[in-house]
Design a protein around this ligand. Structure first.
Ligand code: SF4
Ligand code: SF4
Length: 94
């Protein structure tokens, strides 16, 4: 699922944090969260993966953690938290 995050600065700390959650290493290519550059608009598009694909893991919502790692390291955590909650709600309905 994709979300337009207008105040995302593209630091990609969330990708690093997510990869660490899955593998214990900083390897953004396996992250469940992908930060996509928007050429014409402000901010970035955030994609959260429902299913694993190629080397990437599906987002499990960081089950068991008090705060998901991507949220913990995001400077705009209020917005990212909102998108993650929406993603988990829709994912769990399927
Ligand atoms: S909540 Fe999902 S996207 Fe965020 S760090 Fe955890 S697995 Fe990755
Ligand atoms: S950590 Fe937050 S601000 Fe940085 S790229 Fe990810 S969503 Fe954007």
């Amino acid at each position: 699922m994709k979300y337009n995050m207008l105040n995302c600065g593209g630091c990609r700390s969330c990708e690093l944090a997510c990869s660490f959650h899955h593998t214990g290493k900083f390897e953004p290519s396996v992250s469940s969260l992908i930060v996509i550059d928007k050429e014409d608009l402000r901010g970035f598009t955030i994609e959260l993966l429902e299913k694993s694909e190629d080397d990437r893991f599906a987002c499990d919502g960081c089950e068991g953690l008090e705060e998901p790692l991507c949220i913990e390291w995001c400077k705009q955590k209020d917005d990212l938290e909102k998108y993650l909650a929406d993603f988990m709600k829709k994912k769990n309905k399927k």
